[in-house]
Ligand binder design. Structure first.
Ligand code: FES
Length: 107
């Protein structure tokens, strides 16, 4: 992998289809969502009021926050309840069976 900014996450084979998992890379918590042969990466905090999301609480492409029920799209970050907030999303590449995620570490 020689794409700048991408960090090694997990082997693709470790991800179960239609499941979401929380991982940590370089002390940064992220969520990986495998949907078929694709993987999407998001942040772990609800865009409504920053409550931590539960990776088990998904339905299709949506992750649902248990606090007030906001639904966010794991592919686009779009929040169905409020159009001006978004779940953080990150670029993903899969190369040689390894999942790589591009993100900036917060300072
Ligand atoms: S904090 Fe997630 S819906 Fe309110």
């Amino acid at each position: 992998m020689n794409q700048p900014g991408f960090k090694k996450a997990v082997p693709f084979a470790d991800l179960v289809d239609n499941k979401s998992v929380e991982i940590e890379i370089e002390n940064m918590a992220l969520m990986l969502h495998r949907r078929g042969e694709k993987v999407y990466a998001t942040g772990v905090y609800c865009p409504h009021a920053e409550v931590r999301l539960d990776p088990r609480n998904t339905s299709g492409d949506l992750i649902i926050c248990k606090a007030h029920g906001y639904r966010s799209n794991i592919k686009t970050g779009e929040c169905l309840e409020e159009s001006d907030v978004r779940l953080s999303t990150f670029s993903v590449m899969i190369e040689d069976g390894m999942v790589w995620v591009k993100f900036e570490k917060p300072h």
